[in-house]
Design a protein around this ligand. Structure first.
Ligand SMILES: CC(=O)N[C@H]1[C@@H](OP(=O)(O)OP(=O)(O)OC[C@H]2O[C@@H](n3ccc(=O)[nH]c3=O)[C@H](O)[C@@H]2O)O[C@H](CO)[C@@H](O)[C@@H]1O[C@H](C)C(=O)N[C@@H](C)C(=O)N[C@H](CCC(=O)O)C(=O)O
Ligand SMILES: Nc1ncnc2c1ncn2[C@@H]1O[C@H](COP(=O)(O)OP(=O)(O)OP(=O)(O)O)[C@@H](O)[C@H]1O
Ligand SMILES: N[C@H](CCC[C@H](N)C(=O)O)C(=O)O
Length: 470
């Protein structure tokens, strides 16, 4: 961080200030600030924490005139926040290899695989939905892409421990809310664009064009790595003037072929080179092809890549096999397209029946619930609808929407743990049990409270108890 005086920084933005203290840091959360920090209260809710920040010795920037000393009123808080960060953290991404990953499904899987492959080459930092991870430290995440202030904090923290590469998942919310303002990526990778978050974006075109807008955050010469199978991504080509590198099962720069689902994971070829991995799920072959394309751009030899992919540790909660007889998986599909990919992958494994436990999150895109209910019930022999982070919504409303186009093989258990136990009770040794929607989440959010909850642990316990009883 540069040594910038408060008066210099604010005066440069036309804000009167004569305070010459050196800015120690900038944050929009009062819990993160200390002496000589700038706390930027971005909205009315945040203004409740002005006193908290002042007590800690911070100065405050907010959108309302406030008579207290050390509080500066500005017209456009968001813009001042971005300018302050640009001024105190110039070139945040310089001398770092920065890779942004976006798409409806597969961001975390792709990012984690890439993190593992690139960590053999240089120290990396992965910023994603559930984890911020590098060799020196690990933090839990709340969002797929943290706020701008948190991103700056994490990248600076990573720089302090010597990371040379940042792999970041970028959500559409983050692009729309400019959480990545001032960041620049060497390469941007698109997994796929389907439908999600229409509660926030209101229409698919807005969602899609928001995702496309990530292209503006490229460093000069940066490449865009695109899933060529996806027609919504092919529409991106004219916008990026020949800077695309394509991958997919259609004719592409990195052509995926001969995918085999085996009991031990996957085998597949890219441009004639054979890869094998313990990662499960046909959909992961596409994510891995994206990783291979990117590693190729970084001049990593195929031999080394084959070895890295053979050694990959799967990401918990993504078609995670937790039991073998019956076969039981935990998966994080929470969009209709992810559900389709999941059932396609599972369908390739020999089985008698498929028993699914699934729910849809509250206070998220309600428009996807009917389609998810339809897919899950029509692809299962028995389908149990249950809770998945209802947040502040009534479960009865969520179930009503999930049932709209569902088959008549559904049952409803409000308690997710009961639903899982019931699925286990009904299963036979040759069946497949799928527990879908929460992946490796460790909490269940109900009415503003977070309760400890772990699909994999509950499923394993129920299966173990059943086995012991038998
Ligand atoms: C609609 C939306 O984007 N809301 C975001 C917004 O909420 P908010 O303004 O209501 O925040 P709040 O938590 O009530 O707090 C108000 C303010 O007080 C501040 N505060 C709070 C407490 C305190 O002690 N001191 C303090 O200063 C907070 O930093 C915040 O600035 O600002 C908060 C702080 O940055 C975000 O956590 C919050 O994301 C909400 C919770 C959210 O869940 N967003 C989801 C939809 C989201 O962004 N999801 C995507 C997922 C995409 C995907 O993976 O597919 C994501 O990027 O993760
Ligand atoms: N390439 C893909 N195509 C279709 N579905 C996929 C693909 N990759 C993953 N999925 C599905 O999406 C689920 C979530 O995967 P992952 O966490 O990698 O995606 P994500 O985009 O990071 O999700 P989130 O938006 O919640 O962060 C998986 O469990 C699987 O069901
Ligand atoms: N990153 C996604 C995850 C949703 C997962 C599902 N379990 C839910 O809570 O809706 C989101 O926040 O929209």
């Amino acid at each position: 961080m540069e040594k910038i005086r408060l008066n210099e920084a604010l005066n440069a933005m036309g804000i009167a200030c004569s305070d010459p203290r050196v800015i120690a840091g900038i944050h929009d959360d009062s819990r993160r600030v200390g002496r000589d920090w700038v706390f930027v209260a971005r909205n009315a809710k945040a203004e409740r924490y002005i006193e908290d920040a002042l007590v800690k010795g911070a100065v405050v920037v907010c959108g309302h005139i406030d008579p207290r000393a050390d509080v500066y009123a500005v017209e456009d808080v968001e813009q001042v926040l971005r300018q302050l960060i640009a001024c105190c953290h110039p070139g945040l991404c310089e001398h770092l290899l920065c890779i942004g990953i976006t798409g409806t499904n597969g961001k975390s899987s792709t990012a984690y695989f890439l993190y593992q492959c690139l960590s053999h080459e240089m120290p990396c930092l992965w910023i994603g939905t559930h984890h911020v991870l590098c060799e020196a430290f690990q933090e839990d995440s709340v969002h797929t892409t943290p706020s701008l202030c948190e991103l700056v904090r994490l990248i600076e923290k990573g720089r302090d421990v010597g990371i040379r590469c940042v792999i970041m998942e970028v959500s559409s919310h983050a692009i729309a809310q400019k959480r990545i303002a001032g960041l620049a990526f060497d390469h941007i990778l698109y997994t796929n664009i389907r439908s999600d978050h229409l509660d926030f974006h209101h229409c698919e075109a807005h969602y899609r064009y928001t995702k496309y807008a990530l292209r503006h955050y490229r460093k000069a010469g940066g490449r865009i790595i695109v899933n060529h199978d996806d027609p919504r991504l092919r529409a991106l080509y004219p916008l990026v003037e020949g800077n695309c590198v394509t991958y997919g099962t259609r004719l592409s720069h990195f052509h995926l072929h001969d995918v085999e689902t085996v009991r031990t994971g996957l085998r597949f070829s890219v441009n004639g080179d054979r890869y094998e991995t313990a990662v499960c799920g046909r959909f992961q072959a596409m994510n891995l092809t994206a990783v291979i394309a990117l590693c190729h751009l970084l001049a990593i030899p195929v031999r080394r890549l084959q070895a890295s992919i053979r050694a990959l540790v799967p990401l918990d909660g993504r078609m995670q096999k937790v039991w073998t007889r019956p076969l039981a998986f935990v998966d994080y599909a929470h969009t209709a397209s992810a559900c389709l990919a999941l059932y396609r992958s599972v369908g390739e494994i020999a089985h008698r029946r498929i028993i699914t436990v699934i729910g849809c999150g509250g206070e998220r895109d309600a428009g996807k619930r009917a389609r998810i209910g339809e897919i899950a019930s029509s692809c299962s022999d028995l389908c149990i609808f249950t809770s998945d982070n209802p947040r502040g919504e009534a479960l009865t409303d969520i179930f009503a929407q999930m049932r709209q186009r569902a088959q008549d093989n559904i049952m409803i258990f409000e308690e997710r743990a009961h639903a899982i136990k019931f699925a286990v009770k009904k299963s036979g040794n040759d069946d497949i049990i799928l527990v879908v929607g929460k992946g490796d989440e460790k909490i269940q959010l109900i009415n503003g409270r977070a309760y400890a909850f772990d699909d994999a642990a509950i499923l394993c316990r129920a299966l173990r108890e059943k086995e012991e009883r038998a």
